[in-house]
Design a protein around this ligand. Structure first.
Ligand code: FES
Length: 127
């Protein structure tokens, strides 16, 4: 693993990670919001000591709210209409929707998240 303290980046197995916050910023039952330079928004949670990073956008109405959701038994419940997702897989509990998940780890008191790539929307692939 290589580190660049100036850029706050780590590279491992061709994945690039960004230092996003101090570990103590992420507490049980409260989500942490972060926005990358490419405008991708994520929500980070701690549940039973483990960290999870997911997109902050709920697929139901494409609302940027999941960091305000309710955490219980490794699930996140959207605060707007109650859709529930697994923090491990991002899959909705009951229904076909799913959230994008991101690799996340802690090191020396800081939290690092895989820098997401901007994906072309599926509707634009056939243009
Ligand atoms: S916007 Fe999340 S459940 Fe409706």
């Amino acid at each position: 693993m290589e580190a660049s303290t100036e850029l706050k980046l780590f590279e491992e197995n061709s994945h690039l990670y960004r230092k996003v916050c101090e570990s103590e910023s992420i507490r049980d039952t409260k989500g942490f919001y972060y926005q990358f330079e490419n405008d991708i928004e994520i929500a980070i949670f701690r549940d039973n000591g483990l960290l999870y990073a997911i997109t902050n956008i709920c697929p139901h109405q494409h609302s940027s709210v999941l960091h305000k959701g309710y955490i219980e038994d490794c699930t996140i419940t959207c605060p707007l209409h109650g859709w529930m997702y697994s923090l491990k897989t991002g899959k909705a509990l009951g229904g076909g929707a799913s959230l994008k998940t991101f690799k996340v780890f802690e090191r020396e008191g800081f939290v690092y998240v895989e820098i997401p790539s901007v994906e072309e929307p599926s509707w634009a692939k056939n243009l």
